[in-house]
Ligand binder design. Structure first.
Ligand code: 1GP
Length: 247
Protein backbone atom coordinates (compact mmCIF):
# COMPACT_ATOMS: atom_id res chain seq x y z
CA UNK A 1 0.00 0.00 0.00
CA UNK A 2 2.37 2.77 -1.05
CA UNK A 3 0.32 5.49 -2.72
CA UNK A 4 -1.41 8.16 -0.68
CA UNK A 5 -4.74 7.55 -2.40
CA UNK A 6 -4.53 3.80 -1.91
CA UNK A 7 -3.98 4.39 1.79
CA UNK A 8 -7.04 6.68 1.98
CA UNK A 9 -9.19 4.27 -0.01
CA UNK A 10 -8.13 1.23 1.97
CA UNK A 11 -8.67 3.00 5.31
CA UNK A 12 -12.10 4.25 4.20
CA UNK A 13 -13.13 0.76 3.12
CA UNK A 14 -12.42 -0.69 6.57
CA UNK A 15 -13.65 2.31 8.61
CA UNK A 16 -10.20 3.31 9.77
CA UNK A 17 -10.11 7.06 10.35
CA UNK A 18 -7.26 9.26 9.16
CA UNK A 19 -5.90 12.62 10.30
CA UNK A 20 -3.89 15.19 8.35
CA UNK A 21 -2.24 18.28 9.71
CA UNK A 22 -2.16 21.40 7.55
CA UNK A 23 1.12 23.25 7.88
CA UNK A 24 1.11 26.99 7.34
CA UNK A 25 4.87 27.62 7.39
CA UNK A 26 4.46 31.35 7.93
CA UNK A 27 2.74 30.87 11.27
CA UNK A 28 5.44 28.92 13.14
CA UNK A 29 9.14 29.49 13.75
CA UNK A 30 11.48 26.76 12.49
CA UNK A 31 12.02 25.66 16.10
CA UNK A 32 8.28 25.36 16.80
CA UNK A 33 7.68 23.65 13.48
CA UNK A 34 10.36 21.07 14.24
CA UNK A 35 8.84 20.27 17.64
CA UNK A 36 5.38 19.96 16.16
CA UNK A 37 6.51 17.81 13.27
CA UNK A 38 8.02 15.36 15.77
CA UNK A 39 4.73 15.39 17.66
CA UNK A 40 2.97 14.44 14.41
CA UNK A 41 5.24 11.42 14.17
CA UNK A 42 4.72 10.48 17.84
CA UNK A 43 0.94 10.67 17.56
CA UNK A 44 0.84 8.84 14.22
CA UNK A 45 -0.57 11.65 12.09
CA UNK A 46 -1.24 10.08 8.68
CA UNK A 47 -0.40 12.97 6.34
CA UNK A 48 1.05 16.43 6.37
CA UNK A 49 -0.74 18.80 4.01
CA UNK A 50 1.22 21.74 2.70
CA UNK A 51 -0.38 24.77 1.09
CA UNK A 52 -2.86 27.55 1.75
CA UNK A 53 -4.40 30.76 0.50
CA UNK A 54 -1.35 32.95 1.16
CA UNK A 55 2.09 31.41 1.51
CA UNK A 56 5.33 33.26 0.92
CA UNK A 57 7.83 30.64 2.04
CA UNK A 58 9.29 28.17 -0.42
CA UNK A 59 7.05 25.11 -0.40
CA UNK A 60 9.99 23.04 -1.63
CA UNK A 61 12.21 24.11 1.28
CA UNK A 62 9.48 23.48 3.83
CA UNK A 63 8.79 20.03 2.39
CA UNK A 64 12.51 19.22 2.46
CA UNK A 65 12.71 20.38 6.08
CA UNK A 66 9.75 18.18 7.07
CA UNK A 67 11.16 15.18 5.24
CA UNK A 68 14.54 15.64 6.94
CA UNK A 69 12.73 15.12 10.26
CA UNK A 70 10.03 12.50 9.67
CA UNK A 71 8.73 9.99 7.19
CA UNK A 72 5.10 11.13 7.09
CA UNK A 73 3.79 11.59 3.52
CA UNK A 74 3.67 15.26 2.53
CA UNK A 75 0.68 16.04 0.34
CA UNK A 76 0.46 19.28 -1.60
CA UNK A 77 -2.73 21.25 -1.03
CA UNK A 78 -1.98 24.16 -3.35
CA UNK A 79 -3.75 27.47 -2.97
CA UNK A 80 -2.36 28.58 -6.31
CA UNK A 81 0.11 27.69 -9.06
CA UNK A 82 3.04 29.18 -7.13
CA UNK A 83 2.73 26.38 -4.60
CA UNK A 84 3.76 23.48 -6.82
CA UNK A 85 6.44 21.05 -5.67
CA UNK A 86 6.73 18.00 -7.87
CA UNK A 87 8.82 16.10 -5.33
CA UNK A 88 6.04 15.98 -2.74
CA UNK A 89 4.51 12.57 -2.09
CA UNK A 90 1.21 13.48 -3.74
CA UNK A 91 -0.75 16.42 -5.10
CA UNK A 92 -4.40 17.17 -4.39
CA UNK A 93 -5.54 18.51 -7.75
CA UNK A 94 -8.31 20.67 -6.38
CA UNK A 95 -11.22 21.81 -8.48
CA UNK A 96 -13.39 24.27 -6.60
CA UNK A 97 -16.78 22.83 -7.51
CA UNK A 98 -18.68 24.93 -4.96
CA UNK A 99 -17.76 28.09 -6.86
CA UNK A 100 -18.13 29.44 -10.35
CA UNK A 101 -14.65 30.81 -10.84
CA UNK A 102 -13.50 29.17 -14.09
CA UNK A 103 -9.80 29.52 -13.23
CA UNK A 104 -10.27 27.39 -10.12
CA UNK A 105 -12.58 24.93 -11.86
CA UNK A 106 -10.33 24.19 -14.87
CA UNK A 107 -8.17 27.17 -15.95
CA UNK A 108 -5.20 26.64 -13.64
CA UNK A 109 -5.38 22.89 -14.23
CA UNK A 110 -4.90 23.39 -17.96
CA UNK A 111 -1.83 25.56 -17.30
CA UNK A 112 -0.26 23.02 -14.96
CA UNK A 113 -1.37 19.69 -16.49
CA UNK A 114 1.57 19.01 -18.86
CA UNK A 115 4.09 19.68 -16.09
CA UNK A 116 2.17 17.55 -13.61
CA UNK A 117 2.03 14.68 -16.09
CA UNK A 118 5.75 15.01 -16.88
CA UNK A 119 6.72 15.04 -13.21
CA UNK A 120 4.99 11.74 -12.48
CA UNK A 121 3.77 13.01 -9.08
CA UNK A 122 0.83 11.07 -7.65
CA UNK A 123 -2.19 13.22 -8.46
CA UNK A 124 -5.51 12.92 -6.63
CA UNK A 125 -8.37 14.72 -8.36
CA UNK A 126 -10.32 16.38 -5.57
CA UNK A 127 -13.71 18.05 -5.61
CA UNK A 128 -13.19 20.99 -3.28
CA UNK A 129 -16.38 22.37 -1.76
CA UNK A 130 -16.24 25.51 0.35
CA UNK A 131 -19.01 25.49 2.95
CA UNK A 132 -20.01 28.57 4.92
CA UNK A 133 -18.33 28.43 8.34
CA UNK A 134 -20.07 31.56 9.68
CA UNK A 135 -17.02 33.76 9.14
CA UNK A 136 -15.37 35.26 6.09
CA UNK A 137 -12.34 33.09 5.38
CA UNK A 138 -9.22 33.73 3.31
CA UNK A 139 -10.16 30.96 0.91
CA UNK A 140 -13.55 32.58 0.21
CA UNK A 141 -12.00 36.00 -0.38
CA UNK A 142 -9.00 34.87 -2.42
CA UNK A 143 -10.98 32.41 -4.53
CA UNK A 144 -13.64 35.05 -5.22
CA UNK A 145 -16.34 32.43 -4.76
CA UNK A 146 -19.45 32.12 -2.66
CA UNK A 147 -19.51 29.20 -0.21
CA UNK A 148 -22.37 26.72 -0.11
CA UNK A 149 -24.73 27.89 2.69
CA UNK A 150 -24.17 25.70 5.75
CA UNK A 151 -27.77 24.52 5.98
CA UNK A 152 -28.15 23.68 2.27
CA UNK A 153 -27.28 20.00 2.50
CA UNK A 154 -28.99 19.33 -0.80
CA UNK A 155 -26.53 21.60 -2.65
CA UNK A 156 -23.53 19.85 -1.07
CA UNK A 157 -25.07 16.47 -1.94
CA UNK A 158 -25.87 17.39 -5.55
CA UNK A 159 -22.38 18.83 -6.02
CA UNK A 160 -20.78 15.70 -4.52
CA UNK A 161 -22.84 13.41 -6.74
CA UNK A 162 -21.82 15.48 -9.75
CA UNK A 163 -18.19 15.14 -8.63
CA UNK A 164 -18.52 11.37 -8.41
CA UNK A 165 -20.17 11.17 -11.83
CA UNK A 166 -17.37 13.30 -13.26
CA UNK A 167 -14.77 10.89 -11.91
CA UNK A 168 -13.27 12.82 -9.01
CA UNK A 169 -11.54 10.61 -6.43
CA UNK A 170 -12.15 12.62 -3.26
CA UNK A 171 -14.68 15.10 -1.95
CA UNK A 172 -13.25 17.74 0.37
CA UNK A 173 -15.77 19.62 2.50
CA UNK A 174 -13.97 22.78 3.62
CA UNK A 175 -15.27 25.35 6.08
CA UNK A 176 -12.06 27.38 5.67
CA UNK A 177 -9.19 27.85 8.07
CA UNK A 178 -10.34 29.53 11.26
CA UNK A 179 -14.02 28.91 10.51
CA UNK A 180 -16.26 29.69 13.45
CA UNK A 181 -18.22 26.52 12.75
CA UNK A 182 -16.97 23.37 11.10
CA UNK A 183 -19.02 21.64 8.40
CA UNK A 184 -22.18 20.34 10.08
CA UNK A 185 -22.68 16.72 11.03
CA UNK A 186 -25.96 16.76 9.07
CA UNK A 187 -24.22 17.84 5.90
CA UNK A 188 -21.46 15.24 6.23
CA UNK A 189 -24.05 12.51 6.85
CA UNK A 190 -26.09 13.62 3.84
CA UNK A 191 -23.05 13.59 1.54
CA UNK A 192 -21.90 10.24 2.99
CA UNK A 193 -25.29 8.70 2.22
CA UNK A 194 -25.06 9.70 -1.43
CA UNK A 195 -21.53 9.00 -2.61
CA UNK A 196 -19.08 6.17 -2.18
CA UNK A 197 -15.72 7.93 -2.62
CA UNK A 198 -13.74 8.98 0.48
CA UNK A 199 -14.71 12.24 2.19
CA UNK A 200 -12.22 14.77 3.59
CA UNK A 201 -13.43 17.41 6.07
CA UNK A 202 -11.52 20.46 7.30
CA UNK A 203 -11.91 23.94 8.75
CA UNK A 204 -12.81 25.10 12.25
CA UNK A 205 -12.21 21.77 14.01
CA UNK A 206 -10.79 22.70 17.40
CA UNK A 207 -11.99 20.15 19.94
CA UNK A 208 -11.79 16.37 20.32
CA UNK A 209 -15.59 16.28 20.66
CA UNK A 210 -16.15 17.93 17.28
CA UNK A 211 -13.50 15.71 15.69
CA UNK A 212 -15.25 12.65 17.03
CA UNK A 213 -18.67 13.75 15.69
CA UNK A 214 -17.20 14.50 12.28
CA UNK A 215 -15.64 11.05 12.03
CA UNK A 216 -18.86 9.39 13.16
CA UNK A 217 -20.85 11.39 10.59
CA UNK A 218 -18.80 9.80 7.82
CA UNK A 219 -15.57 11.74 7.30
CA UNK A 220 -12.73 9.42 6.34
CA UNK A 221 -9.94 11.97 6.64
CA UNK A 222 -9.98 15.11 8.79
CA UNK A 223 -7.62 18.03 8.26
CA UNK A 224 -6.68 20.38 11.13
CA UNK A 225 -4.54 23.51 10.99
CA UNK A 226 -5.24 26.17 13.63
CA UNK A 227 -5.66 23.78 16.55
CA UNK A 228 -2.39 22.08 15.60
CA UNK A 229 -0.62 25.44 15.84
CA UNK A 230 -2.28 26.46 19.09
CA UNK A 231 -2.78 23.34 21.20
CA UNK A 232 -0.26 20.52 21.27
CA UNK A 233 -2.46 18.20 23.33
CA UNK A 234 -5.04 18.03 20.53
CA UNK A 235 -2.98 15.54 18.54
CA UNK A 236 -2.77 13.22 21.54
CA UNK A 237 -6.56 13.34 21.93
CA UNK A 238 -7.03 12.91 18.18
CA UNK A 239 -4.89 9.78 18.16
CA UNK A 240 -7.04 8.27 20.94
CA UNK A 241 -10.28 9.18 19.13
CA UNK A 242 -9.07 7.75 15.83
CA UNK A 243 -8.19 4.47 17.49
CA UNK A 244 -11.48 4.29 19.39
CA UNK A 245 -13.68 5.04 16.36
CA UNK A 246 -11.67 2.88 13.98
CA UNK A 247 -12.26 -0.25 16.07
C1 1GP B 1 -8.04 22.56 6.26
O1 1GP B 1 -8.79 24.78 6.23
C2 1GP B 1 -8.57 23.67 7.03
O2 1GP B 1 -9.05 22.08 5.44
C3 1GP B 1 -7.80 24.01 8.24
O3 1GP B 1 -8.68 24.74 9.04
O4 1GP B 1 -7.12 26.00 10.47
O5 1GP B 1 -9.56 25.89 11.00
O6 1GP B 1 -8.11 23.87 11.30
P1 1GP B 1 -8.34 25.15 10.54
Amino acid sequence: MNSVYQKIQKAASIGQKLLAVLIDPGKLSEFELEKKIHLCQDTKVDFIFLGGSLIYQSIIEVRQFIKSLVNIPVVLFPGNLMQMDFSADALLLLSMLSGRNPELLIGNHVLAAPLIRKSGIETISTAYLLIDGEVNTSVGYISNTMPIPRDKNEIAVATSIAAELLGFKLVYLEAGSGARKSVSVDMIEAVRANISMPIVVGGGIRSPEVLSKIYLAGADLVVVGTVFEENSSFLVDAQRIKQKISL
